[in-house]
Design a protein around this ligand. Structure first.
Ligand code: SF4
Length: 284
């Protein structure tokens, strides 16, 4: 019996591979070819809305480059010339590779040979005619931008006309602690963002959740907009800001305490950002 791949099914092992997984992306409107470097479910942050099962603190394990190459070639072949779309009953209008997304069960830039992995993926996807037609996206919390392998990886991503989606959920140190369980300072966030945008096109992805007390949430919104004004003042180039809220249940202990935010709040954020002349996209 054929399986159905839906926009709500984000299981990373649906294709039975270790590193490569398909997602019918609600945000992208087609097939996203995901690549998971963090097969050990390890991340240096612990966001309260994180959907990684059995998330642990840590870095990505050693990469088996031979296997990554084999899987990516095999999977793209199945999609481009095989029966992948029929096998998973993908609707006709969604039979398009929208992007190759480096996004997995943890922070991908924690991979030791991050630059080598980016080069290999870019080269295979180009050889097979997927790039530059489809997008090449790195989804990251941005905290390791200062590492030289990450800088190199970003230069490679830029060479393949790719884009960084940089996580920025809070503009305060207490907010980052409560939402991302991260001790990163505000100044470090700005430094990392500056580094990223100097090396490669960079967009911000901001998850807004209903978690904080009302007064604190208002303060967070104010500080977030102020930080985006500061980013403009420092001439850090941001392509767009993607605002979203939780679409699927968190797998963290805080799951029961967090909710989607109201559409009006998302619009309030968006309008304030647009008045600073940012391009803003909302996903509900
Ligand atoms: S940065 Fe991403 S993978 Fe890491 S804890 Fe946050 S949501 Fe999960």
């Amino acid at each position: 019996m054929n399986q159905k791949l839906t926009t709500s099914d984000h299981s990373r092992d649906i294709a039975g591979l270790k590193y490569v997984y398909p997602v019918l992306s609600r945000r992208a409107g087609g097939l996203s070819v995901g690549i998971n470097f963090n097969t050990n479910n390890a991340c240096n942050w612990r966001c309260i809305y994180c959907q990684v099962p059995d998330l642990v603190r840590g870095a990505a394990p050693e990469m088996n480059f031979q296997l990554l190459e084999w899987e990516l070639r095999f999977f793209l072949q199945q999609v481009l010339m095989g029966d992948f779309y029929d096998q998973f009953n993908v609707p006709e209008q969604q039979r398009i590779i929208k992007d190759i997304a480096i996004s997995g069960n943890g922070e991908p830039t924690s991979l030791k040979q991050f630059d080598k992995a980016m080069a290999l993926i870019g080269q295979i996807a180009t050889e097979m005619g997927v790039l530059p037609e489809s997008h090449f996206v790195l989804i990251t919390n941005g905290s390791l931008m200062h590492k030289s392998v990450v800088e190199e990886g970003l230069k490679i991503l830029d060479h393949f006309q790719g884009e960084v989606w940089f996580k920025l959920d809070s503009a305060t140190e207490s907010g980052k602690m409560k939402i991302n369980d991260s001790k990163q300072t505000d100044e470090k966030t700005l430094e990392n963002l500056k580094l990223s945008s100097a090396l490669c096109n960079t967009s911000l992805q901001t998850c807004i959740v209903d978690f904080l007390a009302a007064k604190e949430a208002v303060f967070e919104q104010k500080k977030y907009v102020e930080l985006l004004a500061e980013i403009k003042r420092r001439q850090i180039k941001i392509q767009k800001i993607m605002l979203y809220t939780i679409a699927r249940p968190s797998l963290q202990p805080e799951a029961k305490q967090i909710n989607k935010v109201d559409e009006n709040i998302m619009e309030q954020y968006a309008n304030q950002l647009r008045s600073l002349e940012y391009k803003v996209k909302i996903s509900l």
